[in-house]
Design a protein around this ligand. Structure first.
Ligand SMILES: Nc1ncnc2c1ncn2[C@@H]1O[C@H](COP(=O)(O)OP(=O)(O)OP(=O)(O)O)[C@@H](O)[C@H]1O
Ligand SMILES: [Mg+2]
Length: 250
């Protein structure tokens, strides 16, 4: 695989007045923020606040109605294919081929990304870092929830993306699997990969480097967990803020 061109900008993701409308619904409403390389960045907000829609625009999958977003040096509206080659996306309803083994799923994604001769090395890397080493021959359909989740992240990272979007990756997995998954996310960020994550678990949110809080499609707070609490003038936790927002929006 050819190496991606170096990024001139300091920020790896930059949203400027990004808007997405679906008919009369404004799902994302003039949102602007930027993300630094290697950050673990959270997008938080109640159901329907625009998290998935924002991520899908940043992945080059949905065209913005207005505004721009630059991801890994490419404009999502102008060069969506270039964006897709530089990012990984683990969607809210990630799809694995249940009747393929772990190795076959990884090889399939390696093929999609044209890894060619680099495939074997990358496949071994993916299994090692995602703690799937013993499971290469196992059918994906019979893996545990945590193993499926790690395989989905492995598939999304086969092409060594510099930015990875994870939409509610830990929903429905047990606490031990969740903890291991976060260890893996931190390891990838320490290697310089930018990890952008949505979650409804506020214990996870407290550990983001920075986060963007969305409510009804609008950015209502931005910064480290401590800064976000200050912006709300909250003495309490992110969970308190979240619940207050949800009650206000209900
Ligand atoms: N393809 C679509 N067509 C019409 N409306 C849509 C579409 N996708 C999303 N929406 C609407 O846009 C708004 C934002 O949805 P979105 O899925 O981005 O929220 P979310 O923050 O990811 O929510 P959740 O926490 O439930 O995953 C909602 O009102 C949703 O109904
Ligand atoms: Mg969503």
């Amino acid at each position: 695989m050819s190496a991606a061109a170096p990024i001139a900008a300091r920020e790896v993701v930059e949203l400027r007045e990004l808007v997405k409308r679906f008919g009369s619904v404004t799902a994302v409403d003039h949102v602007s923020f930027s993300i630094h390389p290697g950050e673990i960045f959270g997008i938080l907000g109640p159901n329907g606040s625009g998290k998935t829609t924002t991520i899908r625009m940043l992945c080059g999958l949905l065209r913005p109605s207005h505004g721009t977003a630059l991801v890994a040096g490419a404009d999502v509206a102008v060069e969506p294919e270039r964006v897709k080659s530089r990012i990984g996306y683990m969607s809210q309803a990630f799809g694995l081929y249940r009747d393929l083994t772990v190795d076959e799923n990884l090889a399939f994604y390696g093929g999609v990304y044209n890894l060619g001769p680099a495939l074997a090395e990358r496949l071994a890397w993916a299994k090692r870092v995602m703690r799937l080493d013993e499971l290469g021959g196992r059918l994906s359909g019979v893996l545990s929830g945590g193993q499926k989740q790690r395989l989905a992240l492995a598939c999304a990272m086969m092409h060594a993306p510099e930015v990875v979007f994870l939409d509610e990756p830990t929903a429905g997995v047990d606490p031990a699997a969740r903890r291991l998954f976060w260890t893996i996310i931190r390891e990838r960020a320490a290697e310089g990969v930018t990890m952008i994550v949505t979650t409804h678990y506020m214990d996870e949110a407290e550990r983001f480097d920075r986060l963007a809080f969305l409510s009804r499609g609008k950015l209502v707070a931005l910064g480290s967990p401590t800064e976000v609490k200050q912006q709300f003038g909250s003495e309490g936790s992110l969970e308190d803020i979240f619940v207050a927002l949800q009650e206000r929006d209900a």
